[in-house]
Design a protein around this ligand. Structure first.
Ligand code: ADP
Ligand code: ZN
Length: 644
């Protein structure tokens, strides 16, 4: 029998904390008690949060009443609660399909900390442990079971599910059904069988991938045509965006890290060699930095990932091989030393910062050479022509983002079909709007030099021609006789490179599909050449200002205090902050879980500010649920009182 849930008190938003629920060791009685609480009571007593966020409540209610749902929420939006709470509200066990083994364990650890009867089944468990989980499942002792798709789809497991009561199916990372994404998992497409075999069980599919094509593919592949759609804004207001030109990567990175001392972060590089190089250099400079890429052996990779997850303040230097399924909430920055592949990729990677909602930074430096390298990578890949064309387009829109002079947030969200008024006040272009200059004439010169040299050369040679350099190549090709030879002597080489880079970004030039770095005119070039279109470029190319080019402006992050970090810890608070973190690390170690499973930074920060004097006050701190209050309350109060 399914239980109807009374929603009345979940509307008020401030119902008193319930005390009827007590975490017990998984048994049926415990489940019974849980299912009598309202959604808001569960949120407060189990998870310790005062109120729902965004669309969470609507999703929870819809699912609890038996409806199907498609949930699109950005990383850090709070997707997990959307199925965890309905699974507690409904009779039976919630089955969660997740492609990521490492993530399952973390989620299950966190749920158990909160007193929820959760378990997972995947290839990392021994036979004995698997049997025990299956026994619990059959005995109805589990609120939630996480399972890998290939396991779920076995006829044996589907048979097991038929003999129990299933509260709901949650399909996490649902974009894995899409062959267009980077995370394509063929098994995911077979999950449609859940609909066929368990038509009465509600299903919820969740993803942080925003693009509309993927969304439609999920609906179609998983037969979710009837599902209600919950689409959240993909804005990540706590992330500040900054993009700069690369002139001295190491010095720039070192300066950037000054603002993030002792904080966790990810530094993305394009190549494995650059990862190793950068990690070694950072380690020498005294930063806790570790490398991660597919060329390292599995044991080293696992060890480095584990340290990143379990220690405070580790910087992971990595290729894009790292990050999928990294659920660490307190990543304070994501830095890109090279241009990523696409805006989607960039948004996904930068989205790993600040899942806990506290201030975080996305920082990127890049150069013209990145465009050439990326074009080559696309050209040399094994993809078919159609795919290559899509990838080149993606690179171009990313470049346009990097070169933008307007609000970056507006551009990013626009790329996902979401409108934003701009002027977010939290990106470099909003904080310090770049000056632009009228570069129509240099642009005309550049385009015409590309044309006159036959659209067969890269920027280096064309710049030589513009500047009137009599290089061997120029002479052997007779390019010193061209009408464009020497017409651009007023700009130096660096300035010309900047012009070419920006013309590429604006789509007024294109790099060849074959990846040789050859430049060609585009359909849009003509309007510039015939004077019909003005070209505005960022000031960094303007001759008289070139030497005074603004360095990366300091981004004023909200909540930034006197301390060097993102969280704005004041000097007088530092001791208590360190003590709280040390206690958390110690407790986490004792239980073999990452520190954030004990308490998130957001919760520690709330403790630091609230200075609770007793258990009652501590219970009022966001993130302190009943199970954690009981388990850790005394220890944290002791630390707070000792410093107070
Ligand atoms: P996602 O899966 O969408 O990336 P999570 O479910 O991991 O996000 O949630 C992101 C963070 O937000 C977690 O630290 C989670 O505990 C926190 N969170 C989720 N919902 C709430 C809420 N209603 N109030 C406070 N914190 C929340
Ligand atoms: Zn902005």
């Amino acid at each position: 029998m399914r239980q109807r849930v009374a929603w009345s008190d979940s509307q008020s938003g401030a119902a008193p904390r319930t005390t009827t629920w007590r975490p017990l060791d998984g048994n049926a009685g415990h489940l019974e008690i849980m299912s009598r609480l309202s959604a808001l009571e569960l949120l407060q007593s189990v998870f310790g949060y005062p109120s729902f966020r965004g669309q969470q409540q609507a999703v929870v209610e819809h699912l609890a009443e038996g409806g199907d749902a498609l949930v699109l929420m950005p990383t850090g939006g709070g997707k997990s609660l959307c199925y965890q709470i309905p699974a507690l509200l409904r009779q039976g066990t919630g089955i969660v399909v997740s492609p990521l083994i490492a993530l399952m364990q973390d989620q299950v650890d966190a749920l158990r900390e909160a007193g929820v009867a959760a378990a997972y089944l995947n290839s990392s468990l021994g036979a004995e442990a698997q049997r025990e989980v299956e026994r619990q499942l059959l005995a109805g002792e589990l609120n939630l079971l996480y399972v890998a798709p290939e396991r779920l789809l076995t006829s044996r497991f589907l048979g097991l599910l038929e003999s129990i009561e299933v509260a709901l199916f949650a399909i996490d990372e649902a974009h894995c059904v899409s062959q267009w994404g980077h995370d394509f998992r063929p098994e995911y497409r077979e999950l449609v069988v859940l609909h066929q075999r368990f038509p009465q069980v509600p299903r919820i599919a969740l993803t942080a991938t925003a693009d509309p094509r993927t969304r439609e593919e999920i609906v179609e592949r998983l037969a979710l045509q009837e599902a209600r759609r919950f689409v959240s804004s993909f804005d990540r207001p706590n992330i500040g965006y900054r993009v700069g030109l690369r002139h001295n990567a190491k010095r720039q990175l070192a300066e950037f890290l000054q603002g993030h001392q002792d904080e966790s972060g990810i530094v993305y590089c394009l190549s494995r060699r650059k990862v190793d190089d950068t990690a070694a250099w950072l380690a020498e400079s005294g930063v806790e930095a570790l490398p991660y890429h597919a060329g390292l052996d599995a044991a080293t990779r696992a060890k480095n990932q584990q340290r990143f997850l379990r220690e405070d303040g580790v910087v992971m230097v990595a290729t894009v091989a790292f990050g999928m399924g990294i659920d660490k909430p307190d990543v304070r920055f994501v830095a890109h030393l090279d241009l990523p592949r696409s805006i989607e990729g960039y948004y996904q990677e930068t989205g790993r910062a600040g899942r806990d909602g506290l201030p975080a930074e996305a920082w990127m430096i890049y150069g013209l050479s990145d465009v050439v390298t990326m074009s080559q990578m696309i050209a040399q890949s094994e993809s078919d022509d159609e795919r290559k064309r899509v990838e080149r387009q993606k690179l171009e829109s990313l470049l346009a983002y990097a070169e933008a002079t307007d609000c970056r947030r507006q551009l990013l969200l626009g790329a996902f079909g979401e409108s934003h008024p701009g002027a977010c006040g939290h990106c470099d272009n909003c904080v310090a709007p770049p000056k632009t200059w009228n570069a129509t004439v240099p642009a005309q010169k550049a385009l015409s030099a590309v044309y006159r040299t036959g659209q067969r050369f890269g920027s280096g040679h064309v710049i030589d021609v513009l500047r009137g350099e009599e290089t061997e190549r120029v002479l052997s090709l007779d390019h010193h006789r061209l009408s464009t030879f020497g017409i651009g002597a007023d700009l130096d080489e660096k300035q010309w490179r900047s012009v070419f880079r920006q013309l590429l970004a604006a789509g007024l030039l294109e790099a060849d599909a074959e990846g040789y770095g050859t430049l060609r005119l585009t359909a849009a070039s003509r309007s510039v050449l015939n004077g019909g279109r003005q070209v505005k470029l960022r000031e960094d190319a303007r001759p008289e200002r070139a030497s005074r080019r603004r360095r990366d402006s300091k981004l004023v992050t909200s909540g930034k205090g006197s301390g060097g970090g993102s969280l704005g810890i004041e000097a007088y608070e530092q001791d208590l902050w360190d003590a709280l973190r040390a206690l958390r690390t110690q407790l986490a170690k004792q239980q073999g879980v990452p520190p954030y499973v004990v308490f998130h930074d957001a919760t520690l920060l709330a403790m630091l500010r609230a200075m609770p004097a007793n258990e009652d006050e501590l219970a009022g701190v966001s993130g302190v649920g009943e199970a954690k209050l009981k388990r850790y309350g005394r220890d944290f109060l002791a630390v707070i009182n000792a410093t107070a």
